[in-house]
Design a protein around this ligand. Sequence first.
Ligand code: CUA
Length: 229
Amino acid sequence: MATWTTLSLQDSSSPMMEQLIFFHDHTLLILTTIVSLVSYLMGSLFFNTNINRNLLESQTIEMIWTITPAIILFFIAVPSLRLLYLMDEINNPAITLKTVGHQWYWSYEYSDFSNIEFDAYMIPLNEMEGSSFRLLDVDNRITLPMNTHIRMIVTAADVLHSWTIPSIGVKVDATPGRLNQMGMLINRPGVFYGQCSEICGANHSFMPIVMESVKTNTFISWISQLSEA
Ligand code: CUA
């Protein structure tokens, strides 16, 4: 979960997010190198009085500073596209979870298990207990098994929403009239928090997502308890 001093990315909880962090660091390294080099060159350009009256054009330097950025961009574009297509891949999922965005709450459907469905509303400030997080906890958490390929399908009932959990590296637009899907694999147990990230109206900030990642056995007993109820 992000706290006040979390200025960087959260620790990853899925192989996909791990790769996204690697890509972020890779790109930031290239960016830092370019910014340092350009700042140094501009600095030295402003603070010297060298004049070469014979220098009117130079095909060579023009070639160098056109082709070099193109090569650098190539080294960013290739891993970026690799991740883009990897995120789109669904690896024979074991279970499917459907979520529908509403103004302003999420509803969930475990359609593999006799159509279990429930809504998840944010716990308002005046009903918060000591252990709950402000603006981030919900009344009904979703539970999912870890180390399992999960298919997340996302849609909306009224306006655009976006189902987002940063540490899993999942962010899917919830669009009315459209069913989006995304593969998900959580590689550790824990409670993961997310928020809607599509400006969807007055209470956009108040439709958080809470997911419990548990062992398969725990998940089975949780879902069978729900089925009996
Ligand atoms: Cu739903 Cu913003």
